[in-house]
Design a protein around this ligand. Sequence first.
Ligand SMILES: Nc1nc2c(ncn2[C@@H]2O[C@H](COP(=O)(O)OP(=O)(O)O)[C@@H](O)[C@H]2O)c(=O)[nH]1
Ligand SMILES: [Mg+2]
Length: 209
Amino acid sequence: MMILSADFLVSAPTRQQWPHDGPPEVAFCGRSNVGKSSCLNTLAQRKALARVSNTPGRTRLINFFDVHAAEKTRSGARGKEHVVRLVDLPGYGHAAGSKTERDGWRKMIEEYLTKRDSLRALALLVDGELGPQPNDLEMLAWSRTLPRRLLIIATKLDRLPKTRRESQLQRIATKLEIPREDVLGFSAKESIGEDELWRALVRASEGPA
Ligand SMILES: Nc1nc2c(ncn2[C@@H]2O[C@H](COP(=O)(O)OP(=O)(O)O)[C@@H](O)[C@H]2O)c(=O)[nH]1
Ligand SMILES: [Mg+2]
């Protein structure tokens, strides 16, 4: 993809601050530190559009970004254009959070995932090295009840030796009870899976519901 523009819109604590419905949205969710912000930055080809943090759980708001991209034709020229709104959701599972905080998180996410008209797809990120954790399985089970498309991304694949990546993606698929081809292997550090993820995003955001 050729990125024509990538713009941060707003950090929204409540529904009143959500931007008006616009381009089709894909929301990124997963455990704190799984690599959501890094994944967004890779897709937008920007270093720090979404903040990347070493401290888990710092992004507690819903962040919206508009990305305008163009496919590259075989000759490298600018092809078909796409506009998608990428949404960085606060992560779950950081140990430091109190019950009040967790309840606040749940309410904010639930409202967004169930009520947002423009939301087409949910991208669930799982740590590719660690594999799915109990809270990921819980999130997946709940996500399946929503009328949204679902993308599964296994992050930080660079941390595994090349020879172990395929078997690990297979293991993750088995654990999530989904076909292997539904797990997208990804690394922000080594740009693994970037094109494939963009294709999946375009299909999910523009395809029939
Ligand atoms: N090795 C490796 N580290 C990554 C990758 N993506 C993110 N990280 C690191 O994981 C930490 C959390 O990343 P971040 O994108 O902030 O995760 P978020 O909390 O889910 O938004 C940071 O220290 C990143 O540098 C990746 O693809 N490979
Ligand atoms: Mg983040």
